[in-house]
Write a new protein. Structure first.
Length: 360
């Protein structure tokens, strides 16, 4: 073997390569599948982003929870559109009520889901429990208001401005010279289709309101009073402004009472209040006079609307509440074309009263 001969050296290197262990040469021993895997680059994205295909592999409750955590405020129709076609709306309603509360007919993420226990504000370090109370206050105000002023909210909940801004940004948008306006329009369609859900949510908000009043030391009447325009002293030539609604009804009660008793004829006070609360969410934005049902005013309106109270002799051991024992019946409609019906109602009123006397 001549080391100076180029041909001999080439043959030597060739034989040497064949003698090497093939496992040492890893560059050219990939399978077709492994080679393609090396060529396909996986796109990088945020770790918290979930595709719709991945989302629909989750249980329904987790799907709803994930969507609400990302969006914060959503109409029910929008939520149904994001879920798989054919999803049972009743099941979705059950799920959404576990993670969100109804505000103006739309769903807003619950504060305790948004701020879990043992967490705190990234701005101020305020604990989650305090943040939840502040968030609940803002949500509660939006149940009866379209716009809020940030300074007024801060003055009551007494949290750092950055945290208050976070609350507002999650469910509203800033408007020039008008404060913060709720993000979505009132969903009257949902309220009309699901009155039972609207009523249940209304009762939940009454409970939340009661807790907030104790924590922040306020009354709902404090906010109602702020809507009233400050009146200047009037001169002798001036007349007081008519504060009734355009249809002539004061506080909106008479129209509701008349239409209700023309349908049902005999109702107890608790049932009238229940129907009135169901009627509340369907009202257009701005009817704040409906927001607080006053028993005395409601009873006076009933008696002034061609109705009479039926003195039902409930037994002492009766479990009926005070509102259930106050029974009212339509006496006359007061309209010319309803004379026959009015007479019939009066007769039924007398018969019904006597029958109740015998029944009890």
């Amino acid at each position: 073997w001549n080391t100076k001969d180029g041909r001999s050296d080439h043959e030597h290197q060739y034989l040497y390569c064949q003698a090497m262990d093939s496992s040492e040469n890893t560059e050219l021993v990939k399978t077709p599948r492994e080679y393609l895997a090396m060529k396909n680059v996986t796109p990088m994205g945020p770790s918290n982003v979930l595709s719709m295909a991945q989302l629909r592999t989750l249980p329904l409750g987790e799907q709803v929870r994930t969507l609400m955590k990302n969006v914060k405020v959503m109409a029910f129709a929008t939520l149904m559109g994001l879920l798989a076609s054919g999803t049972d709306s009743t099941a979705v309603l059950r799920c959404i009520q576990q993670v969100a509360l109804l505000v103006q007919g739309t769903w807003v993420m619950k504060s305790d889901v948004l701020y879990p226990k043992n967490t705190c504000s990234s701005h101020s370090g305020v604990p989650a429990e305090v943040l939840c109370r502040g968030q609940d206050f803002v949500m509660w105000r939006f149940t009866s208001e379209r716009t809020l002023m940030r300074k007024e909210v801060t003055a009551i909940i007494k949290l750092p401005p950055e945290d208050v801004k976070d609350f507002l940004e999650q469910m509203s948008v800033p408007r020039l010279n008008r404060g913060w306006e709720f993000l979505l329009a009132t969903d009257h369609d949902f309220i009309r289709k699901h009155p039972d859900v609207a009523q249940r949510q209304h009762m939940l908000w009454l409970g939340i309101q009661s807790k907030l009043e104790k924590v922040f030391n306020f009354s709902k009447d404090d906010f109602v009073a702020k809507k009233d325009v400050k009146q200047e002293p009037m001169s002798d030539s001036e007349k007081p402004m008519d504060t009734s609604l355009t249809n002539g009804s004061i506080n909106g009660y008479p129209d509701f009472v008349r239409s209700t008793f023309r349908k049902h004829y005999v109702l107890c006070l608790s049932e009238v209040k229940r129907l009135f609360n169901l009627h509340l969410p369907s009202l257009p934005t701005g009817h704040s006079v409906y927001g607080h049902v006053m028993d005395r005013m409601l009873q006076d309106t009933i008696l002034q609307s061609q109705c009479k109270q039926i003195l039902v002799p409930f037994p002492p051991q009766s479990n009926a509440t005070a509102d259930e024992q106050k029974v009212f019946g339509l006496w006359e409609s007061g309209e010319t074309f309803d004379k026959v019906i009015s007479g019939s109602c009066s007769l039924i009123y007398v018969i019904f009263s006597n029958r109740l006397m015998f029944t009890f």
